[in-house]
Design a protein around this ligand. Structure first.
Ligand code: F6R
Length: 260
């Protein structure tokens, strides 16, 4: 696991550099997109590179991590709509190239299995952007999730609903309590995982993810078992790391040829 501690601007640049490299070198790149606040600067940076430098997504596909169940199709906080607003419509993805789990399906189990199949048919995900919840969830794999789980229905914890109430006029009762989410086993199959976390509210989850024992109580700890993970954190999110000085030293002395 590589840990990079830097300011938010630099973190977004680094993530965008990795995505740009993928888009420029692969003929059919597959991106994994996260929702929430954490990736927004990355999406701004990608949209700017598309606008200013012609960075193209026309040959790429993208898969979202998760979707609320029981939210109106036109609700601005439906994750599909958020992804359209924050990134999909700001760049030049081909029509139908951005996929998300169908939280409105009548048969959610079939929709989950179908989503897994779509990812497999695309050849798997090359680079997956992730955020982390204050309770250590990635996608919506809440504490207690099987470390081998696949896309399925999950109940959100009350803490996650409180955390997300800021997107729903501060009203926790408006935050759906069910979702469809890629499983931890699904996420672990992506070839490069890039997790971004900022702010002191994430500090304990970040510490557990990187330095704690692997446990379903902190689902993000499963990333310790993945061969290629980049964790991008600001000073506040890094504030509980025991080996913070070492991570800083390692990144500062990294050879130029070694990308994220
Ligand atoms: C969103 C997702 C979640 C968020 C996490 C952090 O698609 O999968 O795991 O990444 O809840 O949310 P923010 O970034 O809003 O703090």
């Amino acid at each position: 696991m590589e840990v990079v501690i830097a300011d938010e601007h630099k973190l977004a640049q680094l993530a965008a550099d990795a995505i740009e490299r993928l888009l420029r070198t692969e003929t059919a790149p597959v991106l994994g997109l996260a929702t929430g606040s954490s990736p927004l600067r990355i999406y701004d940076e990608l949209a700017a590179r598309h606008e200013r430098q012609g960075l193209s997504f026309a040959h790429a596909q993208a898969f979202m991590l998760d979707e609320y169940v029981g939210i109106a199709a036109d609700h601005p906080e439906r994750y599909r709509n958020v992804i359209d607003t924050e990134i999909a419509t700001r760049v030049d993805f081909a029509e139908e190239a951005v996929h998300g789990p169908d939280g409105s399906a009548e048969d959610l189990a079939a929709a989950s299995a179908g989503y897994e199949q779509k990812i497999a048919e695309a050849g798997g995900i090359d680079l997956q952007i992730l955020g982390i919840g204050t309770d250590g969830h990635i996608a919506f794999n809440e504490p207690g999730s099987s470390l081998a789980s696949r896309t399925r229905v999950k109940s959100l914890t009350y803490q996650t609903r409180v955390d997300n109430a800021r997107f729903f006029d501060g009203d926790v009762d408006q935050v759906p309590s069910l979702c469809l989410t890629q499983g931890l086993g699904t996420i672990m199959e992506a070839r490069h995982l890039v997790l971004v976390a900022t702010g002191g509210g994430k500090a304990e989850a970040v510490h557990q993810m990187i330095e704690g024992p692997v446990s379903a109580m902190w689902p993000a700890t499963v990333l310790q078992m993945h061969p290629h993970v980049t964790v991008l954190v600001d000073d506040a999110a890094a504030s509980r790391l025991q080996l913070g000085d070492y991570y800083r030293h390692a990144f500062e002395n990294k050879p130029d040829w070694q990308h994220l």
